[in-house]
Design a protein around this ligand. Structure first.
Ligand code: FAD
Length: 459
């Protein structure tokens, strides 16, 4: 091991010690929670007065091993920092979630998806092993062979069984550039057919596809965005300045090409938080010029959004205009690819939100993940929509409608945002029996919240 790697391991060991000390300092039986400077969670949470665990020493990449193509990473390290540490070796995590401040521990316990997911599944599938501080205060190393039930049940547990402290993840080669082809479709069924063929063959029009996602602007304007890794130098676009990535995709017909550095490709959605920066005026040419470039990133918009929520600015403005308050519909769902056109057509006719993000997904691990039981090696399409609609007759009316439609189509919904499922349905969808057994074993005194309490009851 090199000297810097030894230093990093020592620093990590100190960080773990501080975490354990902060756990021990809690009054016996007191609830345990994280103190973390960033979050991409969209559920509102009940306030708590207990001090959070000290995660300050758990934010770094510990070591990149370019030969084994793995990285040891602390649980609260952001993907922005992971990518900064791995790209100099020409390597990247197999799935890099689109928002820079998502942490590795957060993406593994709360799931993640990106344009490599059609070939690499979800971030937790490339975790070789992880150290977890359990609710009961033990430090446990879990892998496919050590504490295998915990390893399998940790993804989608949202920090209710324990906290990932260190994770060893696989890396893949990431050449310096990405060639893009944005393919226009005039009918959703045609887009889905093309997506299915690309997932099966890894090619489009004879050329390799390494990255695949898509955007729906309306029923007759949708795109697949195909990326191919390349080391060939050439001019590249930059969407961190005046131009806006999602607008660059749009064209009348056929295929539009573009090129980005791998760094800018991985963060292409972060600069405008997909398209959500529009709500803050950041896409207006004048505002954009004045908006400091370093703040053209999802974490800045998220901070503004938290302020907006705190002071209820949106609903006050609606009231001023004589309009009803609005319901937040910020969700990512997955449906089998064969039902995806049906879902999209229903969604566009029912929920006034667009654009919509699409991302195909295929889990590659046959042993399965009980708390988010998508069958392996079958293609699903992740559909992301992040906006508001006028409130309905009941609390969460539109969200409930979506939950029902997703279940009818044999889909799944991720739990980072509001959920309304009754307890029995939630148990059926999210591995209730396996979860209870793990909770009993790794958090016997319920120092951590229960998943239903956290995801549905907003505790
Ligand atoms: C608008 C929006 C868009 C999103 N888009 C994407 C996307 O495009 N791609 C994608 O992959 N994901 C996306 N996500 C989901 C995101 O990956 C998850 O919400 C993830 O859990 C966030 O990680 P975080 O590090 O920000 O964790 P936080 O938001 O801080 O925490 C999320 C949950 O994980 C727990 N947690 C955090 N760290 C740990 C740890 N080390 N060990 C155990 N538990 C922990 C927390 O207690 C909490 O319950 C999106 C979320 C939102 C709100």
């Amino acid at each position: 091991m090199s000297a810097p790697a030894i230093d990093a391991r020592t620093a990590h060991a100190d960080g773990v010690e501080r975490l354990l000390a902060s756990y021990r300092a809690l009054p016996a039986g007191a609830p345990v929670r994280l103190a973390k400077p960033t979050s991409n969670l969209f559920r509102s949470r009940a306030k708590t007065i207990t001090p959070g665990l000290d995660t300050s020493g758990l934010t770094d990449v510990i070591e990149v091993d370019p030969v084994a193509r793995t990285a040891d990473v602390a649980g609260m390290c952001t993907y922005e920092d992971i990518v900064a540490a791995t790209l100099p070796f020409g390597l990247a995590p197999l799935v890099v979630p689109q928002l820079k401040t998502i942490t590795l521990g957060g993406a593994v316990t709360g799931l993640g998806i990106e344009s490599t997911s059609f070939r690499s599944g979800m971030p937790h599938e490339s975790v070789r092993e992880l150290d977890i501080l359990t609710g009961g205060g033990e430090l446990v190393t879990a892998s496919a062979t050590r504490h295998p039930g915990f390893y399998r049940g940790f993804p989608n547990s949202y920090g209710t069984l324990g906290y990932a402290v260190r994770l060893r993840i696989e890396l893949e080669t990431a050449p310096p550039f990405v060639e893009l082809r944005h393919v226009r479709f005039h009918a959703l069924a045609d887009l889905v057919t093309a997506m299915e063929r690309i997932v099966e063959t890894g090619r489009f029009d004879g050329a390799r596809v390494d990255y695949l996602d898509g955007v729906v602007f309306s029923a007759d304007e949708s795109y697949l965005c195909l990326g191919a890794q390349t080391a060939e130098p050439g001019p590249v676009s930059d969407y961190t300045r005046q131009r806006i990535y999602y607008r660059s995709i749009q064209h009348d017909d056929g295929v539009k090409t573009d090129r980005l550095t791998i760094h800018d490709y991985l963060w292409r959605w972060d600069a405008d938080w997909f398209w959500c920066s529009e709500a803050f005026g950041a896409q207006h040419p004048v505002v954009r010029r004045l908006w400091p470039r370093r703040h053209r990133r999802s974490s800045s918009y998220a901070a503004l959004m938290r302020l907006e929520r705190r002071f209820d600015i949106g609903d006050r403005l609606e009231k001023l205009h004589g309009r009803p308050p609005r319901e937040r519909v910020i969700q990512d769902i997955e449906v089998p690819i064969g039902r995806s056109a049906e879902f999209l057509e229903w969604f566009l006719a029912t929920v006034p939100i667009e654009p919509i993000w699409l991302c195909p997904l295929r889990l590659r691990d046959d042993a399965g993940w009980p708390l988010y039981p998508i069958p392996p090696r079958e293609t699903y399409v992740n559909v992301g929509f992040w906006s508001t609609v006028p409130v309905g007759a009941t609390d969460g009316a539109t969200n409930r409608l979506i939950e029902q439609r997703v279940s009818e189509l044999d889909g799944h919904k991720s739990l980072y945002s509001d959920a309304f499922y009754p307890r029995d349905e939630f148990d059926r969808l999210y591995g209730g029996d396996e979860y209870r057994a793990l909770k009993q074993r790794y958090d016997p005194d319920s120092r951590l919240l229960d998943l239903y309490a956290k995801a549905v009851q907003r505790r």
